[in-house]
Design a binder for this molecule. Sequence first.
Ligand code: SF4
Length: 124
Amino acid sequence: MMAEEMTKIICITCPMGCTLEVTHEGKTITKVDGYECKKGLEYAEAELTDPRRMVPSTVKVKGGVHPLVPVCTAAPIPKPLIFDLLAELRKVELQAPVQIGQVVFGDAFGTGVDVLATRNLPAA
Ligand code: SF4
């Protein structure tokens, strides 16, 4: 049987930033303290079983008024994929003009999450 342990997690669901004290055996939660609302419980569960993050970055643009355009995932992706996603985004080179909301890298690693441009970038 796995030993019970306590992990402190900051809930990032809202600006309150509650510190959750999550008691768990492996990925099975037995107790959560420190949350102000039930979204904190959902966040604790997600963090232990399938932690995800939004990933902001930039990609290269040819022929634009700037050499880079900011991009972001359209939804949070599993944390273990972040490093690989950043490596893939470094290889992308778009042609200006770039429209806000344009898909820069579609269906990242089969997650169904697209990476989108977050700014318009006109051609030079
Ligand atoms: S537990 Fe609720 S109040 Fe606290 S940070 Fe999370 S969402 Fe906000």
